[in-house]
Every structure is written in C-alpha cells, then in structure tokens.
Write a protein that binds this ligand. Structure first.
Ligand code: PAF
Length: 284
C-alpha cells in the first residue's frame, strides 16, 4: 500500500488507473479504524478495481470544546490494517493541503436543508465542516464510488444531497451499521467509555429497538414514544440530546401516517457522545 501526503501525487496515481479504465472506490475516514471502517473498505475493494482511503481529522467539523485535540491518532496501526485489506492508496493530507487559504478563510460547502436539525442543532457548523472536507476529498480522489457508514445517517444524507446539488459525478453507497455482540454501534469514540459506561452503552440500541416496535402499533403516538425513550435513557445514566422519529426520505418529523421511518438518537455517556439509529418500515 502506498501512503500519499499530497493531492498532486494522488491525482497522478488515480489518472494512471483511469487511463487503464480502472474504477476507483473511496472511503474517507478520520482514522482510528475499527470493524465498521473495515467493512466499508472490504466492500469498496470488492466493488472497484482500485481502493483509496483517507485519514484526516477535520478541525472545521468540531465545535469549540469538542474532542478535536483528543481525537485518537493511530496512523501506524491503521496503515497495518489497510495493508492487510489490500488497499491501494492511503491519502493522509495535512491541514495546508486541504485548507490552503487557512481554516477561517477557506471556502465552505453548506447543505442548508439538513444541517441545522438533529445533530446539527447541537453541533452548529458540524455538517458544513463535513460537506466542505468531503467535497475537497472528492475533488482530490475523483472516485467512482464513495462509501459511508449508516451510523452517521444524517451525515450520509447531507453528502447525498450535496453530491446531487453540486452534480459531483460519484455514486454514494451507504453501508449498514456494524455492531458489537451486545448491540453497541462501533465508533472510534467508544474508546472514551469507562468499563462501567461500556456496560451501560448498549441500552442506547435496546431503546431504539423498543421504539421500532412501538411505532408500528396502531395509533402509536410518536411524540409520546420519543419522550418516554428520552426519559429511559436519562434514568439509565445517559444525557440524551435528542431521541427522534423521522421520515426516512428527508429526516422531517414523522407522524403515524408515514411508513418509512428513521429513529435517531444522540446521547452523552460520560465524555463519549454516542449516536445511533434504526430504520423501520411500518408496512412490514
Ligand atoms: O465520518 C467521518 O469519519 C467524517 O465525518 C468524514 C466523513 C471522514 C469527514 O471528515
């Protein structure tokens, strides 16, 4: 596997592949790779002739007081995992490479319709930071396919919308959440949990599962389900930000007339901010 630090070299490598008619799949990450990333990368490798991953902890998607400086950095271990998978290129740009005009002055990409609800309400500017860096990465790699995990469902929808609106020629592929044996969604931030918190953490998924059954009951009151699940997380030791039943196609608040639902939550457990979601088809 080739580790590349600058865009010019990356583009030259990708151009050589393209001249041979090879197709390219891309998985952007912030490193500290876990089995969720590995599942995306394995799928990417099976899908295309060439596979590229990036590792870049993007400062502009972190708010003041968030974990940007504490974000786990495990480059050597990540490189070993990627070599074992058979990745072709790992792109590891530095700040100047991605923000040549400086982080404050650089161009921003915003998806207004989806960026201020749910996680966006509690992390102002976060999705603009994500959309901006993913656009830059797409223009650097110019992939045919890009793969994202469905744990970050709102992020996936922001990126899909951005790609549609900007007519970026890349196919976005969402992959289902990879969970630990007890149901906890895999996340780099799980490493912030203490042993006691780790035992409590799967309650978040069990609460989503219960909600996914309750929403299918005839005449279900979605607002009551949301508040009782929110309260259940609170008494279990979480500090929830939201627990919300949404329409899958646009993440607007759902009513019991809607059939395709996404139930999403974000909750703090100690210093870890955990997010998770579950998809429900009320017709099934
Ligand atoms: O999901 C992530 O790891 C990040 O938000 C991403 C997509 C790599 C952008 O920094």
């Amino acid at each position: 596997m080739n580790t590349v630090f600058d865009t010019a070299t990356l583009r030259e490598i990708v151009a050589q592949w393209r001249r041979k008619g090879e197709r390219v799949a891309f998985v952007p990450t912030m490193g500290n790779l876990h089995d969720g990333h590995i599942s995306l990368l394995t799928h990417a490798r099976d899908l295309a002739d060439r596979t590229v991953a990036s590792i870049f902890v993007n400062p502009i998607q972190f708010g003041v007081g968030e974990d940007y400086t504490a974000y786990p950095s495990t480059l050597q271990a990540d490189q070993d995992k990627l070599t074992r998978i058979g990745l072709d290129v790992l792109f590891v740009p530095n700040l100047d490479e991605l923000y040549p005009a400086g982080m404050e002055e650089d161009t921003r990409v915003t998806v207004p319709s989806l960026s201020s609800i749910l996680c966006g309400k509690y992390r102002p500017g976060h999705f603009t930071g994500v959309a901006t860096v993913v656009t830059k990465l797409f223009f650097s790699v110019q992939p045919d396919y890009a793969l994202f995990g469905e744990k970050d469902l709102q992020q996936l929808m922001v990126i899909r919308r951005m790609v549609d609106d900007l007519r970026i020629p890349v196919e976005i592929i969402g992959k289902s959440i990879v969970r630990e044996a007890d149901g906890l969604a895999m996340s780099s931030r799980n490493s912030y949990l203490s042993t006691e918190e780790r035992e409590v953490a799967p309650i978040i998924y069990r609460t989503l599962q219960k909600a996914s059954i309750d929403v299918c009951a005839p005449g279900a009151d979605f607002r009551k389900i949301e508040s009782s699940c929110f309260a259940h997380l609170q008494v279990s030791g979480f500090k929830p930000e939201y627990f919300s039943i949404r329409r899958s196609f646009d993440l607007a608040k759902a009513t019991n007339q809607d059939r395709k639902l996404s139930i999403l939550t974000a909750a703090w457990l100690g210093t870890a901010r955990l997010i998770d979601n579950i998809q429900v088809n009320a017709d099934d």
